[in-house]
Write a new protein. Sequence first.
Length: 77
Amino acid sequence: MRKTTSEIPYKPSAASSAVLLALVDPKLSGYPLAGALHLFNIAMMCVKNDSCARPTTRAVVNMLTNPPPSSPTRANL
């Protein structure tokens, strides 16, 4: 059975932040780092090997429409 939105952890880590910064085009600046990390984490959940561990479309829509609170922008790092 697939997990509901409340069961899917959102745990940003230093490692995922480092991976994100390595992947994002350095020409981009001023974007909210928390928002980019949120999108990255959603994407990573959607490509899990175990299809039952992936979020449902409804859960993805919910995560995209309810982003985490704002944090420092890439320009401020």
